[in-house]
Design a protein around this ligand. Structure first.
Ligand SMILES: Nc1nc2c(ncn2[C@@H]2O[C@H](COP(=O)(O)OP(=O)(O)OP(=O)(O)O)[C@@H](O)[C@H]2O)c(=O)[nH]1
Ligand SMILES: [Mg+2]
Length: 420
């Protein structure tokens, strides 16, 4: 007899399948995050262009048999499966067959907490499901949004299901727009005095939330699983000079991030787009740090978040220093990067100084003639004065200034006068 409790606590077993050269470590991380147990990993030796399964029937049957032998409850592919291929696989293996996109969407769905995140994920899930309705097998049909099983479903029923989903997509979009508008109005109300904005951006698990917490004393959720953060969280960061800046934690990126998710999370990702400064956080202890960096840059390109200044932050250097060769290579690749550890707070002073330099300007000395008091006033309002000494002819000011204010001040730059 089945022990019901045991059955409920049993973790879903999965078989992972990846393309040649893929060690499936990341996919296993995704499966772990979903609470699944990986019973077997299988890397294909070559790729074939085969319409039914994406590989020969023999190989596909072998994988299906292996899944049965290992008592896997599902097969997960580390690449996209077209709807018809997914259907063929599920018919062959008689268990759910998920592709990478579906796994990521499911994690997002598990993690979503605020109304905005829930709506965004729902939108991505429905968009993913729509072309798959006609192909879903058994229980998966219902999970993916359809109301019918694999057999006996007439076309009218399918059309009805598709129309239902299209209507829900339309309603969800409208509702999401409303939530985003409300948030934007609140943001505008708060932002009457412009405060420089800085966003923590990076691959999932790079340590963005840990950095926000360590730098600002926030209590953002941190976990050694993927996609711990779905909602942006903003906190004030006090710097040595000036009135402080706003630091925002953002949703992590991953390679092959489903398009439907990028689309759905556009409003959340706007924090990255609107930031004056992007802190690009890299997990320097990860052997794939460089390809993760490239993925992040590609997503930023895709959402058009390319106009902000960028600083590379090599995080987790407490761990990566043990792996000296990889870490040295990263430092060589990013000579301007700031090395930090959210765990030990190593490098925090250097990071704060770098943020100040980028957002408020470097510390410079200006000699302002007495008759240019308007300039001094401008500097007081738009820059940060660190020290001022009055002399007969004017005032010697040590200050940070950036942008237009710095351009106006340039003729009075002390160092330049001395050097020329
Ligand atoms: N050793 C070490 N571990 C760190 C450091 N920073 C973060 N971690 C760990 O890395 C894991 C991920 O940290 P998070 O802060 O949740 O990462 P994240 O970038 O916010 O991840 P997502 O929200 O999933 O995108 C956690 O287990 C942290 O404890 C660090 O500097 N050193
Ligand atoms: Mg996070």
């Amino acid at each position: 007899m089945i022990n019901i409790e045991e059955e409920q606590n049993r973790r879903t077993k999965c078989l992972l399948v990846g393309e040649p050269g893929n060690n499936l470590a990341e996919l296993k991380g995704l499966a772990d995050t979903l609470g699944m147990e990986t019973v077997e990993k299988l890397t294909l030796t070559r790729l074939e262009v085969q319409p039914a399964y994406g590989m020969g029937k023999g190989k596909a049957q072998e994988i299906a048999d292996l899944a049965r032998e290992k008592e896997a409850d599902c097969i997960i592919f580390d690449f996209d499966l077209a709807p018809s291929k997914q259907r063929n696989w599920e018919k062959l293996a008689k268990i759910p067959c998920l592709d990478r996109q579906e796994v990521i969407i499911r994690i997002f769905a598990q993690r979503a907490q605020t109304k905005e995140a829930v709506l965004q994920v729902e939108l991505a899930r429905l968009t993913y499901s729509l072309p798959r309705l006609a192909h879903s097998y058994g229980d998966m049909a219902r999970q993916r949004g359809g109301s019918y099983g694999s057999k006996g479903a007439g076309e009218t029923q399918l059309e009805l299901d598709q129309r239902n989903i299209r209507e829900i997509i339309f309603r969800t979009k409208k509702e999401l727009e409303k939530v985003v508008r409300t948030r934007e109005t609140q943001r505008k109300k708060r932002g009457s005095i412009p405060v420089p904005e800085c966003a923590l951006i990076g691959y999932t698990n790079a340590g963005k939330s840990s950095l926000l917490n360590a730098l600002t004393g926030a209590d953002a959720f941190v976990e050694d699983k993927l996609f711990a953060t779905l909602d942006p969280l903003t906190r004030k960061l006090k710097l040595k000079d000036g009135n402080g800046i706003l630091l925002t934690d953002t949703v992590g990126f991953i390679s092959n991030l489903p398009h439907s998710l990028i689309d759905a999370f556009k409003s959340t990702l706007s924090a990255a787009k609107n930031a004056d400064l992007q802190l690009l956080v890299i997990d320097s202890s990860d052997p794939n740090a460089l390809s993760q960096y490239n993925t992040v840059c590609a997503v930023l390109d895709e959402i058009g978040a390319t106009n902000s200044k960028r600083v590379i932050v090599l995080n987790k250097c407490d761990v990566s220093k043990e792996n000296a060769a990889d870490f040295a290579a990263l430092n060589l690749q990013f000579p301007d990067a700031v090395c930090v550890s959210a765990k030990t707070h190593f490098g925090f002073e250097a990071l704060a100084e770098r943020i100040s330099e980028e957002l408020l300007g470097e510390v410079r000395t200006f000699e302002i003639p007495a008759e240019k008091s308007a300039l001094l006033q401008n500097l007081r309002t738009n820059g940060v004065i660190i020290d001022e000494k009055w002399k007969d002819a004017g005032v010697l000011v040590k200050a940070r200034a950036a942008g237009k204010t710095l351009s106006l001040m340039k003729p009075y730059l002390k160092e330049v006068l001395i050097n020329t």
